[in-house]
Design a protein around this ligand. Structure first.
Ligand code: ADP
Ligand code: MG
Ligand code: MG
Ligand code: MG
Ligand code: MG
Ligand code: MG
Length: 673
């Protein structure tokens, strides 16, 4: 992400008085982009991934692994390295393919946590199949470059969360005492956040707007020796430094939940995001809608977050914790008090699954939309008056129900319509699982769609596999004109389901039965369209039927059924068979196909249970550790050994030696790859 220019960031009470100003200018900037870019055509099919790392300080001889807070120094070392300014040659990918041309050096970005780092490819990837094979070597290269600019005992690791962040005692290097004026956390110091004024202000203003600290409560995993009811033993009820210290005395920390109280517990998590450029706005809107129901499925499949603050959790993914960690809703907006000062009740945090569809696709039935979607009617009217269609205006009028959180005084002097800063202020703090990214004002980038729910995976092999899978799925959606629509509220439900322990194998998700259903034309037989080649044939076994009740269009399925298809007599073809049939229909050389098969194989096996998710592997690692006392506690010792194993896996991968023989169940995570 780009950082806003430095300026005077307003504290909340003052920022609130300027919120309307920012929204008004944001809408003007949005209309400016919309009018300029709505006619853009034939943009290239480009895409790019974002990988986020935790930086840890680890040494075999030290009893503890710590979070290193040297983000700024590492970024400075990367920026100062003149040898990186040029192009780099990626290493050969596992199949032996070596890219012919050189690549622009990867780009490193700051993140919320001062212990985090983000890396993106030096230029977006193209659509050429061979280019898909460059992703994994490029990810490995990024990690190697990052490591090269760290201290010998620092490592970039791709766990979603640091297992003992916020635990009593020392967990950062250097250590800072709690608590600070910005976060007012009783568990983490203010120094945990990136010191750029944007980040502490974001955290402080969210807290201040909300009127109390954020409450990130995660159900604890109940093991044999876990006392029950369980009271988070790390909570201090006797602090009196800040007014917010009273939160826990007022019920913020219920029994049987791990209690966390600061933005860092959520925004300090790492994820894997993919951004696609569409050829035009119509295609972008379609991709946004069609990828949307896949969000919870990919969240469950990539589950990697079973530990918080030193305890095993009863959930497997990070999503809701980030959602709670940035939830700035007031008591009125939450429905705890009658509306008096605020404008509306808001059912979701500003970090949440997305709440509406945006395409004008005739297959989008009214019933898929949420009748209770909260929008700002005045904003919507301004967008309609500016020429935007109803559906897109509704989307933005929904995003614009939020206040801007970080406002720089200097930015409010003159409205610059050649910029998008005020629009982005609202847009970029609406953290939904899909993001529709309009072209920036100042260059020729096209309409983009970002897929945001996936959890970061431990190895670059896995991160490449999930990235490539999403690219292939997107190609399949567009070439077979697939229809994934289900009611958007079912997507919300699926998002909750994805949090459950081992949801990937144990739970069922709402999913569309027939992906080939064509445009509904009420009354007449709507029929089905055929895919260009085999593989999807079972999907056509449903006879053409007139448009029926929406409830008949979807049903509950396991992730395995969704990914690998239903058993012989089932109707659902499965996403991997669809990808295979797509690959059959296009020209892919054998070597490339073999490489892609490795990735598809990983995903197939994660879905059918042959392989474990990282969440499962981490749980099993903890449970199998001799220092674990079956009481849900992840001690310093267990944490150190877990991170040590993750580092060992990374070193193996960097050497290209494969993952066999690492012990500790690594083969259940990564198979024979
Ligand atoms: P953000 O943090 O706002 O999501 P980043 O700049 O960190 O954005 O990452 C965006 C991703 O989009 C990167 O992988 C980048 O390579 C990729 N990207 C950049 N330009 C384009 C484009 N025109 N089309 C598709 N992807 C792009
Ligand atoms: Mg980014
Ligand atoms: Mg970002
Ligand atoms: Mg990021
Ligand atoms: Mg993040
Ligand atoms: Mg992103």
């Amino acid at each position: 992400m780009g950082l806003l220019a430095l300026g005077t960031a307003l504290d909340w009470p003052e920022a609130k008085t300027r919120a309307h100003h920012v929204r008004a200018w944001g809408i003007k900037q949005l209309l400016e982009i919309w009018n300029k870019a709505k006619v853009k055509e034939r943009d290239a099919m480009l895409w790019g991934d974002e990988v986020e790392y935790l930086v840890v300080t680890y040494s075999k001889d030290e009893p503890k692994v710590l979070l290193s807070l040297r983000q700024a120094d590492i970024l400075a070392a990367l920026a100062d390295d003149k040898t990186l300014a040029k192009e780099v040659t990626p290493p050969a990918s596992p199949g032996g393919t070596k890219p012919k041309e050189k690549y622009p050096s990867p780009v490193f970005h700051p993140e919320f946590g001062r212990f985090m780092l983000e890396a993106t490819p030096g230029k977006p990837w193209g659509i050429d199949f061979k280019e898909l094979l460059h992703v994994e070597p490029d990810m490995k290269l990024r990690r190697a470059i990052a490591k090269d600019h760290m201290l010998p005992n620092e490592y970039p690791i791709t766990l979603t969360t640091f297992p003992r962040i916020g635990s009593p005692g020392v967990f950062t290097d250097p250590h800072y005492p709690v608590s600070g004026p910005k976060l007012r956390s009783q568990f983490v110091p203010d120094e945990i956040a990136n010191p750029h004024i944007r980040f502490p202000t974001l955290a402080a203003n969210i807290r201040s707007r909300r009127g109390r600290k954020v409450q990130v409560n995660v159900p604890v995993f109940r093991d044999e020796n876990t006392p029950w009811p369980w009271k988070d033993p790390t909570v201090n009820y006797d602090l009196h430094n800040w007014p917010e210290d009273g939160d826990v005395r007022n019920g913020a920390a219920p029994d049987n939940f791990i209690h966390m109280d600061a933005m860092a517990f959520g925004m300090g998590s790492c994820c894997l995001q993919i951004t696609f450029q569409a050829k035009n706005i119509t295609e972008g809107r379609k991709m946004y809608d069609q990828l949307s129901p896949l969000g919870p499925i990919l969240l469950a499949l990539t589950a990697a977050t079973p530990i918080y603050k030193g305890f095993l959790a009863d959930t497997d993914v990070r999503w809701n914790q980030i959602s709670k960690a940035v939830d700035d809703r007031t008591a009125e907006e939450l429905g705890e008090k009658p509306l008096q000062n605020d404008r509306w009740r808001i059912p979701k945090s500003r970090y949440a699954s997305n709440s509406t569809y945006i395409s004008e696709d005739p297959r989008l039935r009214e019933e898929y939309l949420d009748p209770n979607l909260v929008i700002d009617p005045e904003i919507k009217q301004q967008l309609l008056d500016g020429g935007m269609d109803d559906r897109l205006a509704t989307h933005f009028a929904h995003l614009f129900i939020r206040d801007p959180i970080v406002i720089f005084n200097e930015d409010l002097e003159v409205l610059d319509l050649s910029k998008t800063d005020h629009f982005e202020n609202i847009q970029s703090t609406n953290w939904q699982h899909m993001r529709f990214k309009p072209p920036p004002a100042d260059n020729n980038i096209g309409w983009r769609v970002e897929f945001r729910p996936m959890e970061i995976q431990i190895t670059d092999f896995e991160n490449a596999a999930f990235s490539v899978f999403m690219v292939l799925i997107t190609r399949v959606i567009l070439s077979f004109d697939l229809n994934f629509y289900i009611p958007i509220t079912k997507v919300d439900e699926n998002m909750e389901t994805a949090h459950k322990r081992d949801a990937v194998l144990q739970e069922k998700f709402w999913f569309r039965r027939n992906l080939f259903s064509s445009r509904p034309s009420r009354g007449s037989g709507s029929g089905t369209t055929t895919p260009r080649s085999g593989g999807g044939s079972r999907a056509n076994s449903r006879p053409p039927s007139p448009i029926g009740p929406v409830e008949d269009e979807y049903k509950l399925m396991t992730v395995n059924e969704i990914i690998n298809g239903e058993d012989d007599d089932g109707e659902f073809p499965g996403l991997i068979p669809l990808v295979e049939s797509y690959l059959d229909s296009v020209n892919v050389d054998v070597a490339t196909r073999c490489q892609l098969a490795r990735y598809l194989d990983l995903i197939r096996k994660r879905a059918n249970g042959e392989l474990w998710t990282a969440a499962k592997w981490i749980r099993e690692f903890v449970k199998g550790h001799e220092g674990y006392e079956k009481d849900s506690v992840v001690s310093e010792e267990v944490n150190k050994d877990l991170v040590g194993k993750v580092i060992e896996i990374g070193e193996r991968e960097a050497k290209g030696e494969g993952f066999r023989g690492l012990g500790a169940g690594v083969e259940k995570l990564l198979g024979g790859f």
